[in-house]
Design a protein around this ligand. Structure first.
Ligand SMILES: O=C(O)CCC(=O)C(=O)O
Ligand SMILES: [Fe+2]
Length: 369
């Protein structure tokens, strides 16, 4: 278990940290060699932008960018990035809606039988040590659940995602979101390269941060309603990455911070999603979800798509997620190609086979190789 941050530290510690960061900033500005620095400092030298230094030092370590700053460029002309199954064609106004608002949907995809079966399976798997990480987790269960793999490969999802991201699609992460009756809210958040998970190493390294390089697919396994804590989003907030103030009463899992933006509750939309339907969104859009005030479970599973020209966890043996208070070994992690080709070969990649090969025994990855 690692100690979650950011926390607001005593003044004398913050003063020392500011002095240390100022030294690193000068080192970076002079482009001096980084090899000899220990990994955390190397991470800062490599991955912090000048804006990130400015906000952290200028606030005496009480504020920071939530993630690597970037803006989202709308492609010109705004046309589908891949030809796709016409049943799932996105119209010009769908594409415009996505770039204006940061999300699309809900769309239908799965029957009630399918979602009941998946929910039952995931409820069990999330309590058992995971094949990938060795401890019970909601993360990346797709490598051990063939049914979840089938959900990931669903054309109603991939054909739409391809029109936004391009013909080649790979999943780098999935996650179960279980909100039991009385379950807590998930605080407003946004992400670009997922540096927000450990503040030193981004998980994703795209060729250009200002292009769309990632999409989240969020599938409702129960009807998600206002009462049971459906997702909420601020339409149009995906165009820039905001800053956070450390501490406060609001928590994102194990870390406490407040996202700094003008929040007018009337501007947020509630994304009510019927069970078996999904939404697509950019993780850059400010989103979260309310508490479950109902007597029923609210369960969802998401997965995150990239084109294979994005490097994921490069040169990392482990990935640290402060908000979960956990370190994940990456020895068994790999990208999973779901559609098209991997023309870049930047990542350790497996490919999904549509036809189940044999019964799964021992290693739970019969559908991938
Ligand atoms: O399911 C939720 O309430 C939050 C989901 C979320 O933040 C995400 O899928 O990125
Ligand atoms: Fe999120």
């Amino acid at each position: 278990m690692i100690q979650p941050t950011p926390v607001r530290r005593p003044l004398w510690i913050r003063t020392l940290l500011v002095a240390g960061l100022a030294f690193l900033a000068v080192w970076k500005a002079l482009q001096l060699p980084r090899r000899k620095w220990p990994q955390p400092m190397r991470g800062i030298l490599q991955n912090w932008t000048w804006g990130m230094f400015r906000v952290v030092m200028g606030s005496w370590i009480t504020r920071a960018y939530i993630d690597q700053p970037c803006t989202l460029r709308t492609p010109q002309p705004l046309i589908p990035k891949a030809s796709a199954d016409p049943r799932y064609a996105l119209s010009p106004s769908d594409l415009q809606f996505f770039y204006d608002n940061g999300y699309l949907g809900p769309y239908p995809a799965f029957s009630s039988g399918q979602i009941e079966q998946l929910a039952r399976s995931l409820m069990l798997r999330r309590t058992q040590p995971s094949y990938l990480y060795g401890f019970p987790t909601d993360r990346d269960l797709h490598f051990e659940d063939d049914l979840l793999l089938e959900f990931l490969a669903e054309p109603a999802i991939l054909e739409r995602a391809a029109q936004l991201l391009g013909p080649d699609l790979a999943c780098w992460r999935s996650q179960v979101f279980l909100k039991p009756p009385g379950g807590s809210a998930i605080q407003w958040h946004q992400a670009s390269t997922y540096m927000m998970e450990d503040y030193l190493e981004p998980a994703l390294h795209p060729p250009d941060r200002n292009e769309l390089f990632q999409l989240t697919i969020w599938i409702a396994l129960d009807d998600a309603t206002r009462e049971n804590g459906c997702m909420q989003a601020y339409p149009g907030s995906h165009k820039e990455i905001r800053t956070i103030r450390f501490g406060g009463n609001e928590g994102f899992y194990k870390v406490n911070f407040t996202l700094e933006f003008e929040s007018r509750p009337e501007d947020a939309v509630s994304l009510e999603v019927p069970a078996g339907h999904f939404i697509l969104f950019s993780e850059r859009v400010i989103h979260g979800s309310g508490p479950n005030t109902s007597t029923k479970r609210r369960m969802a599973v998401n997965f995150r798509l990239i084109p294979p020209n994005v490097r994921v966890y490069p040169d990392q043996r482990t990935h640290r997620a402060m908000h979960m208070g956990q370190v994940y070994s990456l020895d068994r992690w790999s990208l999973l190609l779901l559609r098209g080709e991997d023309r870049y070969e930047l990542n350790k990649t497996k490919r999904l086979h549509r036809q189940p090969v044999t019964e799964v025994q021992g290693e739970p990855t019969a559908l991938v190789s």
